[in-house]
Design a protein around this ligand. Structure first.
Ligand SMILES: [Zn+2]
Length: 312
């Protein structure tokens, strides 16, 4: 990921009983990297820490990294001119959603690197960005730690292993966990594996295009299936759109299930543009509600962007 002992990493996450913050904390300690544990702080306090202690890396969910950068901007600070050179994210798909990745990299003037794992198959992170993970043309790739874990992909319906190069759901067997040994645990993110030697020199398998959302996040609207990551890519394709957005699924008076994208923008006329981006990527017509910036609640940890209010 490019983190070295000369770095200072600011972990902008709560330290609850999940693998993310603790895993990062212990790993960095072993690498002799200075860590600022940022649990139990609000965004204003974290913004002040970035200014005062000048971390070179921030570690957060992608939604929170966006939020923190905006809080800094509102306070008259400049995240892009800050000491931060790497934005290290986990917990939500980001690297594989080019519009989200670009948004974060522009906001922080920094490179985005990703961590992929799941609490059940801890203690090790399952995946990470290497120096060759984003070479500009072509999709990003994320390595998986095959020295301590066995990774497989299975068909989403039959759960049988997929053929080499096919897309499937991630399955992990961890080889060194004492507290939570897992045998073929269905992590359940869609991925496509590539076993070629990476340009960074590693031989461990890579997920091409990153991890594209969880099987159980699938949205089925009137028989049309899509994933939240596709909607995120569509919404964030529109210039000037706010970081926060919401997708509401509801049943209208005629008993028809409909989708409404609630987005933030200073110009209400962008509704048509958002609608056509969604139609192009998800093949569905969505209503679009354009709200004034700052209307939707800010994400503090992992974003919950899809609200399903359909009648059964
Ligand atoms: Zn690599």
């Amino acid at each position: 990921m490019g983190i070295r002992p000369r770095d200072t990493v600011f972990v902008c996450s709560g330290y609850g009983p999940h693998v993310f913050a603790w895993g990062v904390q212990y790993a960095l300690a072993r690498m002799n990297v200075a860590v600022i544990p940022g649990g139990g702080m609000d965004a204003n306090m974290r913004a002040m820490i970035v200014e005062r202690f000048e971390p070179t890396v921030i570690c957060a969910t992608p939604s929170y990294a966006l939020h923190l950068g905006r809080v800094m901007e509102e306070a008259g600070l400049h995240p892009a001119k800050s000491s931060v050179r790497l934005v290290f994210v986990g917990g939500e798909p980001a690297a594989g959603i080019s519009n989200t990745r670009r948004r974060l990299e522009d906001l922080w003037g920094a490179k985005l690197v990703e961590f992929y794992g799941c609490t059940e198959a801890a203690p090790h992170a399952g995946g990470f960005s290497c120096t060759a993970s984003d070479l500009g043309d072509g999709p990003v790739t994320t390595h998986l730690l095959e020295d301590v874990q066995i990774w497989e992909l299975v068909d989403d319906e039959s759960k049988a292993p997929v053929a080499a190069g096919e897309r499937g759901l991630t399955v992990c067997t961890n080889l060194s966990s004492e507290s939570s040994p897992q045998l073929r645990f269905l992590v359940g993110d869609y991925a496509t594996f590539n076993t070629d030697i990476c340009e960074c020199g590693r031989t461990h398998v890579r997920a091409v295009g990153g991890f594209c959302g969880r099987f159980d996040d699938l949205i089925n609207l009137r028989g049309i299936k899509m994933y939240p990551v596709q909607l995120e890519q569509a919404v964030r394709a529109v210039p000037g759109i706010g970081d926060e957005y919401e997708i509401v699924l509801a049943t209208n008076a005629d008993g028809l299930d409909i989708m409404t994208a609630r987005v933030e923008h200073t110009d209400p006329s962008v509704a048509g543009q958002v609608m056509s981006e969604i139609r192009a990527r998800c093949e569905i017509r969505a209503d679009v509600e354009v709200l004034a910036p700052g209307t939707l609640p800010m994400t503090e940890f992992k974003a919950r962007r899809v609200r399903d209010e359909r009648k059964a």
